[in-house]
Design a protein around this ligand. Structure first.
Ligand code: FAD
Length: 327
């Protein structure tokens, strides 16, 4: 075993199976703006994507660009940027994507929600995004405002993401369309079956690719993938992964996304105690195992919720042997 591999193994500690490299997973090369988002996840390719959010201060912006530098070395299929709750980051989402395109010849995707926008305002945003060269839209409904449990569209607005997908498909066919999927079922869904019916509706309306909500038990994802297949959902299903590297994030995930944390995960964090480095290593180690298993199970790509920071994601990608591009 090469020394570097052995060192990584030692660092990763209690792996369930030995790490291996995946030489067949060669990401797309640069300058592939001509490659549609749908094609980026097609057979024989592996689509990596990284999700940013609009930074709030000059310092955090600086850190975000550093992150972008480090992650683009892995030749992602796309970089995405979130759209703030209530449309609060309308301008800055596009600014981030403009900045990515100015630095790298990479497809970018803007998240867009229906919250607080009329159809006329959504059209205006889509027009601007198209002019800027945004390749795809992550078409979402968005969450109800804080303290509310039911989503209410504004006058002249849309009620469901499927309606936004239909709007984009009919009026802005140039965009690739990504939709959200929920391996643990969306919190407001009446039943898991109704949630899957909704996902099918979004795909039938034009969703090219499904990116999932973060999850920590791959069994949930595999079940979800089987159920999608049984319903005739043919879009590529890309698992969303967020390496968790400290207790604050764990608390946030438990309260916001309600993602279930398996015992093996909490046990490895408990073993790390208050040592921040040990917490980071435990989180990265868990995510590396998770990603490795997903790749072995043939996923068409991975979407990383990077939170504008790269160290954990870089360590996970290095662990699974993801190649860096030679520029
Ligand atoms: P929808 O697909 O419209 O579903 C919402 C709920 O309505 C579900 O429970 C669904 O089952 C139900 N439903 C849908 N259609 C029908 C119907 N016809 N009849 C009855 N019920 C129906 N939020 C942000 O604010 N900004 C972001 O940038 C952002 N990015 C995200 C990226 C990803 C990959 C994911 C997974 C989520 C993201 N979110 C973001 C969160 C998302 O906005 C919330 O999860 C939101 O609550 C649901 O959005 P959706 O697009 O899945 O909604």
């Amino acid at each position: 075993m090469p020394a570097i591999r052995a060192a990584r193994l030692e660092w990763l500690g209690s792996l369930r199976f030995p790490p291996r490299s995946f030489p067949e997973l060669t990401p797309l090369r640069r300058h592939r703006n001509a490659v549609s988002i749908k094609d980026a996840y097609s057979s024989g390719r592996f689509g990596l994507s990284f999700e940013l959010f609009p930074p709030k201060t000059p310092e955090s912006e600086q850190a975000m660009w550093q992150t972008v530098e480090e992650l683009t070395a892995f030749d992602p299929a796309m970089i995405t940027c979130t759209y703030g709750a209530g449309g609060s980051t309308r301008g800055t989402t596009l600014d981030v994507l403009k900045g990515v395109m100015a630095r790298h010849a990479l497809p970018v995707a803007s998240h867009l929600t229906c919250v607080g926008s009329s159809v006329a305002e959504l059209r205006e945003y889509l027009r601007e995004a198209l002019q800027l060269g945004v390749a795809a839209i992550v078409a979402l409904r968005g969450d109800p405002p804080k303290g509310e449990t039911t989503f209410c569209p504004v006058d002249g607005g849309l009620r469901y993401a499927s309606e936004l997908v239909s709007l984009i498909k009919a009026e802005f066919p140039e965009f690739g369309i990504v939709v959200a999927g929920y391996p643990e079922t969306h919190q407001e869904a009446v039943t898991p079956e109704a949630d899957l019916d909704n996902l099918k509706r979004k795909c039938d309306a034009g969703g090219d690719v499904i990116v999932t909500q973060l999850f920590y038990d791959n069994a949930d994802f595999f079940r979800f993938r089987d159920e999608c297949a049984a319903r005739g959902i043919r879009a590529a299903i890309v698992p969303g992964v967020m390496p968790v590297t400290n207790y604050t994030q764990i608390r946030r995930i438990a309260s916001l996304c309600k993602a279930r944390l398996p015992d093996s995960f909490t046990q490895s964090f408990e073993a790390a105690g208050a040592d921040e480095t040990a917490q980071f290593d435990a989180g990265v180690s868990f995510a590396a195992r998770q990603v490795e298993e997903l790749i072995e199970a043939g996923v068409p790509g991975i979407h990383f919720y990077v939170l504008n920071k790269s160290p954990a994601t870089v360590r996970v990608l290095d662990h699974v042997g993801m190649k860096r591009s030679v520029v």
